[in-house]
Design a protein around this ligand. Sequence first.
Ligand SMILES: [Zn+2]
Length: 106
Amino acid sequence: MERPNLIERLLNLLRRWRSGEASATNGMITCREALERLFEFMDGELEGVEEKQVEEHLRICERCYPHLLFEQSFRAAVRRTFEGERAPETVRNRILELLRTGQSEA
Ligand SMILES: [Zn+2]
Protein backbone atom coordinates (compact mmCIF):
# COMPACT_ATOMS: atom_id res chain seq x y z
CA MET A 1 0.00 0.00 0.00
CA GLU A 2 1.28 3.42 -0.85
CA ARG A 3 1.50 6.00 1.88
CA PRO A 4 -0.61 9.00 0.90
CA ASN A 5 1.21 12.26 1.46
CA LEU A 6 -0.20 15.18 3.39
CA ILE A 7 -1.34 17.13 0.34
CA GLU A 8 -3.24 14.17 -1.06
CA ARG A 9 -4.97 13.71 2.27
CA LEU A 10 -5.88 17.40 2.47
CA LEU A 11 -7.25 17.28 -1.07
CA ASN A 12 -9.31 14.27 -0.11
CA LEU A 13 -10.74 16.16 2.83
CA LEU A 14 -11.50 19.17 0.63
CA ARG A 15 -13.29 17.00 -1.90
CA ARG A 16 -15.37 15.48 0.87
CA TRP A 17 -16.23 18.88 2.29
CA ARG A 18 -17.30 20.15 -1.12
CA SER A 19 -19.51 17.17 -1.75
CA GLY A 20 -20.98 17.58 1.72
CA GLU A 21 -19.80 14.21 2.91
CA ALA A 22 -17.63 15.42 5.77
CA SER A 23 -20.43 16.89 7.85
CA ALA A 24 -22.44 13.72 7.61
CA THR A 25 -20.67 10.68 8.93
CA ASN A 26 -22.81 8.44 6.75
CA GLY A 27 -20.93 5.35 5.69
CA MET A 28 -17.95 6.29 7.82
CA ILE A 29 -17.07 3.67 10.38
CA THR A 30 -15.91 4.69 13.84
CA CYS A 31 -12.30 4.68 15.01
CA ARG A 32 -13.08 1.75 17.25
CA GLU A 33 -14.44 -0.27 14.35
CA ALA A 34 -11.49 0.64 12.17
CA LEU A 35 -8.95 -0.39 14.80
CA GLU A 36 -10.82 -3.60 15.60
CA ARG A 37 -10.47 -4.59 11.95
CA LEU A 38 -6.96 -3.27 11.46
CA PHE A 39 -5.32 -6.70 11.62
CA GLU A 40 -7.87 -8.33 9.35
CA PHE A 41 -7.40 -5.45 6.94
CA MET A 42 -3.62 -5.83 6.95
CA ASP A 43 -3.91 -9.58 6.51
CA GLY A 44 -6.18 -9.07 3.51
CA GLU A 45 -9.03 -10.88 5.25
CA LEU A 46 -11.62 -8.17 4.64
CA GLU A 47 -13.61 -8.02 1.45
CA GLY A 48 -15.76 -5.59 -0.49
CA VAL A 49 -17.49 -2.85 1.47
CA GLU A 50 -15.81 -3.72 4.78
CA GLU A 51 -12.34 -3.50 3.28
CA LYS A 52 -13.18 -0.20 1.60
CA GLN A 53 -14.59 1.27 4.81
CA VAL A 54 -11.50 0.43 6.81
CA GLU A 55 -9.18 1.59 4.05
CA GLU A 56 -11.08 4.87 3.71
CA HIS A 57 -11.09 5.45 7.44
CA LEU A 58 -7.38 4.79 7.85
CA ARG A 59 -6.60 7.11 4.95
CA ILE A 60 -8.62 10.00 6.32
CA CYS A 61 -8.46 9.64 10.08
CA GLU A 62 -5.50 11.40 11.70
CA ARG A 63 -5.98 9.36 14.83
CA CYS A 64 -6.03 5.90 13.31
CA TYR A 65 -3.49 6.34 10.54
CA PRO A 66 -0.53 6.23 12.98
CA HIS A 67 -1.81 2.87 14.20
CA LEU A 68 -1.50 1.46 10.70
CA LEU A 69 2.01 2.87 10.30
CA PHE A 70 2.96 1.58 13.72
CA GLU A 71 1.61 -1.89 13.05
CA GLN A 72 3.33 -2.02 9.67
CA SER A 73 6.71 -1.13 11.14
CA PHE A 74 6.10 -3.40 14.10
CA ARG A 75 5.42 -6.32 11.79
CA ALA A 76 8.48 -5.53 9.72
CA ALA A 77 10.61 -5.45 12.86
CA VAL A 78 9.16 -8.73 14.10
CA ARG A 79 9.74 -10.34 10.72
CA ARG A 80 13.38 -9.28 10.84
CA THR A 81 13.77 -10.62 14.37
CA PHE A 82 11.86 -13.87 14.12
CA GLU A 83 12.44 -14.77 10.46
CA GLY A 84 9.26 -16.47 9.35
CA GLU A 85 7.85 -17.16 12.77
CA ARG A 86 4.49 -15.68 13.76
CA ALA A 87 4.53 -12.49 15.79
CA PRO A 88 4.20 -13.44 19.44
CA GLU A 89 0.62 -12.61 20.41
CA THR A 90 1.53 -11.51 23.92
CA VAL A 91 3.96 -8.87 22.72
CA ARG A 92 1.52 -7.59 20.12
CA ASN A 93 -1.38 -7.45 22.55
CA ARG A 94 0.70 -5.68 25.13
CA ILE A 95 1.73 -2.96 22.71
CA LEU A 96 -1.86 -2.57 21.52
CA GLU A 97 -3.00 -2.29 25.09
CA LEU A 98 -0.44 0.45 25.69
CA LEU A 99 -1.68 2.31 22.63
CA ARG A 100 -5.31 2.07 23.73
CA THR A 101 -4.52 3.10 27.29
CA GLY A 102 -2.49 6.08 26.17
CA GLN A 103 -5.27 7.11 23.85
CA SER A 104 -8.04 7.09 26.43
CA GLU A 105 -5.92 8.95 28.94
CA ALA A 106 -4.88 11.64 26.48
ZN1 LIG B 1 -10.16 6.90 13.26
